[in-house]
Design a protein around this ligand. Sequence first.
Ligand SMILES: Cc1cc2nc3c(=O)[nH]c(=O)nc-3n(C[C@H](O)[C@H](O)[C@H](O)COP(=O)(O)OP(=O)(O)OC[C@H]3O[C@@H](n4cnc5c(N)ncnc54)[C@H](O)[C@@H]3O)c2cc1C
Length: 572
Amino acid sequence: MPTTTTECDLLVIGTGAAGLTAAITAAKSGLEVLIVEGEAEYGGTTATSAGVIWIPCNHHSLKLSVTADKPDNMEEVRRYLAHEVSDWGNQSRLDAFLTAGPEMVRFLERETEVKFNAMEYPDYHADAPGGHTMRSLIAVTYQASKLGPALPQLRSQLPQTLFLGLAIGSTLEMKAFMNAGRSFKSLGIVLRKLAGHFRDLLIYRRSKHLVRGCALIGRLMRSVLDLGIPCWLSSPATGLIVSDGRVTGVHVQTGEGPVEIHAARGVVLACGGYARDEARRLATYPYHAAGAFHASTTSLGNRGDGVRMGEQAGGAFDVKVSQVGIWMPVSVIPDRKGPNGVWPHLVDRQKPGFIAVTSNGKRFTNESASYHEFVPDLVRACEAGKETYCWLIGDSRAVRHWGIGVVRPWPVPSRRHLRSGYLKRADSLAELAHICSIDRGGLAATVTRFNRFAGTGVDEDFGRGSLIYDRYQGDDEVSPNPCLGKLEKGPFFAVKVLAGEIGTYAGLTTDEHSRVLAANGSPVPGLYAAGNDQASVFGGAYPGAGATIGPGMVFAYLAGRHAAASSSQADD
Ligand SMILES: Cc1cc2nc3c(=O)[nH]c(=O)nc-3n(C[C@H](O)[C@H](O)[C@H](O)COP(=O)(O)OP(=O)(O)OC[C@H]3O[C@@H](n4cnc5c(N)ncnc54)[C@H](O)[C@@H]3O)c2cc1C
């Protein structure tokens, strides 16, 4: 088919939170913007996420912190980031993030459909100097019908995280679902929620409300539509057009054939990083390269195209981060493919009555620590072996109450997970050890020791439950330590947990305006990167809930503003 040509001021590649934010910011500044998306649906991994963003000192969080009599301020944030980022970061990018973050939240709320709520969610090291508990925001639930004809193309949340097709919208709702088997109040909330959901399915054939990542993308997309920004789906960018060293456009493959899009102010790469680029993953994830299994929960569209195109145009790929991935302990659900077959262990492992052990039967970490810490500890613990995995083990009380992995709490039946081999069950710990090929003596000794810790409330080995973040993830009805509970009541259950990730942290080198930089530090004219296409501003650290989408949106906002302020000729 012959190549056609079209023009715009700024071309944005990708429809995650980063791409849509860049497009909106630039359009609001008067640029003619065009968005291309490789998949048939928009929203990327962002749509499947929890939709939380970490933006310290935004106006909602500051207000909440004052009301709670724990006022936050930038000085404290800087102290905290100095602790978290250490020598890995770049000060001018960190400064840009801190200044532009609160600005971006106000801009989006003032000018678009995007609205946030403050959350009380501890920083992942809230006990560290400058740590706090109110720096994260979540997109306000959105009415699905507001997207009109664009609704069916919105990527939905990961099906395994839904309950009978219903997305859990808030931490309170999550608690109600977990407690439904033991509290009439929680059961009432769940039944009301489900009744509303089934009514919506009957009338609208889907949930009437978008929550979490879908609410964020839904609100951003409504704003894109209101601004009249064209968004081409099923149109992957295949290469950049570079003339005289300047990026001036993109080659795109569409259903109607190849199109050359010329973009006078340049191009924003927002392709979501390289989690689905096996070659680059193997080159950068050492345990994976050594043969260990790895599973990703990211969108299949995150093939690393942005990083590859950026490099081809002269940009540098930065692996000088403390962690190259945004790690997540995962389990693999048999017979389900891609991200739909990967369960992110975000809720169960922190709860009382669960421990994680390697094949020697020993614990290796604080199970209640953040996912970004759990996986590096698992990798270290398995260094000597061929495989990288552990077993998450819970007794009947814990599994009944919290579920385990994709297995839901009582009274939802677990038989099919036993049949598929996902869930292991045994009447005694010794039998469970046999089924899972865990050292029997090792497991017995670990559980005896751990049960003693649960009694005293002090985990002498890993300090589990001693930190604010741990306790937030625990069960506040359990004392003396909300994260520790004895494993004593059979049957016992286990799920195999592996190393996985929810995105990549290594990426293109960029500056404080999100311009892609060459290895010598000079900007590649006309080229920006945002979201997971740029290397982590935190140098690989994960300071708090929303530490990827937050900076992703902030640097997209900065890219949009810079492109609008630049001229098409300038060497900027
Ligand atoms: C279950 C889960 C929960 C999470 N919760 C959170 C959370 O609460 N907070 C947080 O900060 N992070 C969270 N994350 C991580 C977060 O979702 C991602 O890091 C983030 O969404 C990445 O955003 P992005 O805009 O860079 O990319 P994406 O949202 O993945 O968007 C990239 C888009 O670019 C498209 N694309 C790729 N290549 C091309 C091409 N060649 N041409 C055109 N289009 C292309 C892709 O198809 C995709 O649609 C979570 C992840 C998961 C899986």
